[in-house]
Every structure is written in C-alpha cells, then in structure tokens.
Design a protein around this ligand. Structure first.
Ligand SMILES: Cc1ncc(COP(=O)(O)O)c(C=O)c1O
Length: 376
C-alpha cells in the first residue's frame, strides 16, 4: 500500500465520529446474559444440528469444492430446497451462500432481466435492510414511508403507467421488531396484479407463523420470499422460495449463484436438521411470544420506549449515540449484552439498544435485565 493511500485511509477514519465508530463485538464473553444474538430458537448449539453437520462432514468432508453448476451440487442442496418449498408452500426453493448475498444478488439479477412488461421500478420500505439497497445497484428506486401502505399505493399509482413496480419489504423488521401487515400487501397485489412482491422473511422463518413457517402464506400473493439460515435456523446461508419457473431463471442468470462456491454439505446437514425440528417447537415459540409481551410491558412500566416492537425483537429507544454506547458498555460490565444500534443503520437520533429474545431466555433473565437497566 502506498504511503499516500495509507494516509488517506487514516484521514478517512479520522472523519468517523468516535460514537459512530463500528467495532467487532465480544460475543463469546463467558457467562454473559446475551440479548444480542439472532439464534431465536437456540438451534445453533442444538445436538441434532451438530449431529447433522458431523454426519455430513464424515460422509462428504468440509467444503463443497465448487459452484453448484460445476462440482459443488449435492443431493443435500436439493433435499433442503424440497423441505423449504414444503415449509413455505411454494413450488420451489433455491439455496444460496448467505442471506445478504441472496438478497443482493437476486435483486440485482431480477432488475437486469427482460422479464418485465415495462421497465422495473423498485419501491422499497424506507427501513429496508441494507442488503436490498446493495442489490438495487443503480436501478430506479423510490422509498415509501415505513409501513405506510397509503404512501406505497400512491407510489404504485404514480409509477404504474410507465413502470413495473417491484415492492420490497420485510415481514419482521430487523431493528424495530414490527410486523408487516401482509394481508394489506396481498390486497394491494390483488388490486394491482402487475406489481411484483418480494418479502424478506429473515426474522420470521422458524419463529413466527404456522409451524414456524414464517408469516407469508399463499393468501398474500407474494411473488418471491427470501430468507436466511443464519437466524432462527441457527446456521449460515440464504434461500429464496418462489415459482419453479423463476427458480430456473435464477439458475440460468443469477451471478451470485453461478459464480460462487456452493453452501457446504456440513451446513446443509445442520440446516436439514433444523428444518426437521422447527415444526415441533410450537411450545417454545409460545413461550417466546409470551416473554416478548411481558418484556415490553415491564420495560414500558420502567419508562422505556420500546418503539414499534410487536415481536421478539425489542428496541430500547435511547436517541443519543453516546448515551446508547455508554449504556451498552455499562450493561456489558455487568455481563449483560445488548447491541447498541446507531445511525446510519437506523435513522438519525434513533440510536437504540436492540434486545433480541430467544426461546431459552427465562423470566429470571428478564428480572436480571430489568434490575440492571435503569431508565435514562
Ligand atoms: C432483514 C434481513 N435480511 C437479510 C439479512 C442478511 O442475512 P445474513 O445475516 O444471513 O447474511 C439480515 C441480517 O442481518 C436481515 O436482518
């Protein structure tokens, strides 16, 4: 690296304010009460997932050795895709390397293909996850106010004469924990059949919906469901669930599938075990829903603003970046871990501690958190 470039890197880092500087977290602090992870069903350490991964390692080794179009395809990819399509009640599913990677590469592919009656126009929720913006690249894009379907409908009406609107939203928002009114979205789809509807089920699959299938059902008329194996499924990887013809188009054209090494069999072994387990975990999900409700109520009684949360993801709204970091660090010293989420991940002046509940959290854990956290 030239010394000029080196100095520019240091100069750039100097422009990042201290309280917005990103740092790796200290996740594996022994004995900490952890509210940061997305391992909602506590499957990442489940014996059945470990056994599934180990069995696949014994049989097939570690790596997948290539793209699925070359040496990397495996019967386990197809088995997991079948399981996903059954869970999601779609014709088919397609597995990718990671959740972010799935969404970014699929969207970019879709926008570039000659699939649309008119040039496509992206219409995304204002608080959509960063991977979708990455995937939008330089495509025409407008945003609707968070969860404001009146605004969305006005944008659809405005753009429909010249464009095919591609709507992108999440069923549960990752930083706010609010749940999207998918029935209202389905009604829009019926009213404007030319729109194309994409719903990211990253935080719903496994945790919400019938048998943990996520919140999207065939009644919502969603054209493309996406998700990740890295949250309630406890592993790593991503997928889409959609019509068989669309899957085949992606196999032909999606660079993020074609030109990358396939998800390794050991991960698929664990994913398969998780997908087998998920329908059986309804009691655990009921516990999670009840705990989330109680957590919100008790936090609000203490004076906390829990934002829009309706799910296991509960923001504790702080506002000021520095105060948010200070609180995070104070709790960490007391071995309680919550993530400080600051702009630009969330809108300005909405820094918050993100509390993500898991099925193995108990009311005693909640008591401990509430005893340590005082209203700001
Ligand atoms: C809504 C949403 N979509 C996609 C992703 C990306 O998933 P992954 O972490 O598996 O890359 C995330 C993760 O933060 C997310 O919250």
């Amino acid at each position: 690296m030239s010394s000029l470039f080196h100095d520019r890197c240091l100069g750039f880092l100097d422009t990042v304010p201290h309280d917005l500087r990103r740092r790796f977290s200290n996740t594996f602090s022994e004995g900490a009460l952890d509210f940061t992870s997305n391992d909602t069903l506590a499957l990442s350490t489940h014996p059945a997932l470990k056994a599934g991964a180990l069995d696949a390692i014994e049989r097939y080794g570690i790596g997948s050795t290539g793209s699925r179009l070359l040496s990397g395809n495996h019967p386990m990819h197809e088995a997991v895709e079948k399981q996903l399509a059954t869970l999601k009640k779609t014709e088919s599913a397609l597995v990718f390397g990671g959740g972010f990677h799935t969404n970014a590469s699929v969207l970019r592919t879709l926008m570039a293909l000659p699939l649309w009656a008119k040039p496509p126009m992206l219409i995304m929720d204002k608080w959509i996850h960063a991977c979708w913006l990455q995937g939008s690249h330089d495509a025409p894009l407008v945003r609707y106010r968070h969860q404001d379907f009146n605004h969305l409908e006005r944008l659809i009406q405005k753009h429909l004469p010249d464009h095919t609107p591609i709507i992108v939203t999440e069923s549960i928002f990752s930083m706010d924990g609010d749940i999207t009114d998918l029935s209202a979205l389905g009604t829009l789809k019926q009213k404007y059949p030319d729109i194309f509807l994409i719903v990211d089920e990253a935080h719903a699959t496994g945790t919400w919906g019938r048998a943990g299938a996520g919140l999207v059902t065939p009644q919502h008329h969603v054209d493309l469901i996406t998700g990740t194996f890295s949250k309630a499924i406890g592993c790593y990887g991503g997928y889409v669930a959609c019509a068989a013809a669309l899957k085949e188009v992606l196999v032909q054209k999606c660079a993020g599938l074609i030109y990358t090494t396939a998800l390794p069999p050991m991960v698929l072994g664990a994913v398969k075990a998780a997908l087998d387990l998920i329908p059986t975990l309804q009691n655990q999900r009921e516990h999670l829903y009840a705990l989330a409700q109680k957590t919100r109520e008790r936090l609000q009684q203490q004076g906390w603003n829990t934002g829009l949360s309706q799910s296991h993801i509960i923001p504790l709204m702080v506002g000021d970046n520095h105060a948010c970091l200070t609180l995070q660090n104070r709790l960490a010293q007391r071995t309680i871990r919550l993530s400080a989420i600051r702009p630009p991940t969330v809108p300005p002046k909405t820094a918050r501690l993100r509390l993500s509940l898991r099925v193995d959290h108990t009311e005693r854990d909640l008591d401990r958190l509430l005893a340590e956290i005082s209203p700001i």
